[in-house]
Design a protein around this ligand. Structure first.
Ligand code: 6PG
Length: 247
């Protein structure tokens, strides 16, 4: 029987004891990446994920510790994926970001690019977002829009963003965003594609809780959608708590 260890995960692995420490570590990493990006090209672009894990990070970033220290006027905010619902729906990834971060920090609303996943025609909405990425971000290798930071989560089945096992979105190579299909409500999604994710300057996974350990091992074995995240001209980091790392 093959034994897998997290040592086989691509990229850097940072393990903290608690979810609070993981969130603090990710906040520090984001601040460093924002300084790097601003130094390199005078602005900072970041794509946020949904789910439950980012909530604590968002609350820390918008809290007294980081609110005064972050250069919010550098920020341009994008999304890694979105659920097919209204932006004020509690299931919306935009709603999570808006209520726990964006409404609490001074980011120019014109620099917040949410995915219009409430639209009836999700293919058209995804194509529009693909165009938004292309027209508002600098081109990276191969002309692919280059985000400075993409924050990702990991589902128990190894999905990330809305790149779910066995779905057409996994094979999209000529667009920067596409329609996604989840295996839990809301099923319909918009998601960044692998070319966009792997064109980023820095990708960080935030993964907490023992329930994610098997998904991490499956990722290391190359068996799940998260396994194909590996920036071609950038860095990859896994921010884990002890429970996720040890299972
Ligand atoms: C979504 C997310 C998704 C999420 C994982 C992990 O819209 O659901 O973007 O990819 O990151 O499902 O979710 P948790 O953080 O809730 O474990």
């Amino acid at each position: 029987m093959t034994t897998t260890s997290l040592d086989e995960l691509a990229g850097e692995r940072v393990v903290n004891q608690t979810t609070q420490e993981v969130a603090d570590t990710v906040a520090t990493w984001i601040a460093a990446e924002s300084r790097r990006a601003f130094g390199a090209h005078g602005s900072f672009s970041i794509a946020l994920s949904g789910g439950s894990t980012p909530r604590l990070l968002n609350e820390i970033l918008s809290g007294p510790g980081w609110r005064a220290r972050m250069n919010w006027d550098w920020w341009n905010v994008y999304f890694a994926d979105e659920r097919a619902c209204a932006p004020d729906d509690p299931a919306s990834n935009y709603h999570l970001a808006e209520t726990t971060l964006l409404s609490r920090v001074p980011i120019d609303p014109a620099r917040i690019h949410r995915m219009p996943a409430e639209r009836p025609d999700l293919d058209a909405a995804a194509a529009e977002y693909s165009e938004t990425l292309a027209s508002s971000l600098p081109p990276g290798r191969g002309g692919i829009p280059r985000l400075d930071v993409i924050l990702l989560g990991l589902g128990e089945n190894g999905h990330t963003a809305s790149l779910f096992p066995g779905t057409p979105a996994l094979e999209v190579a000529d667009r920067w965003a596409t329609r996604g299909l989840a295996d839990y409500e809301p099923f319909d999604r918009i998601t960044l594609t692998y070319p966009t994710i792997n064109a980023a300057a820095a990708v960080g996974f935030m993964v907490t809780g023992a329930a994610k350990h098997e998904a991490l091992l499956a990722t290391a074995r190359g068996e799940v959608p998260a396994s194909r995240v590996n920036p071609t001209d950038g860095t990859l980091a896994w921010f884990l708590d002890a429970a996720a790392a040890a299972g």
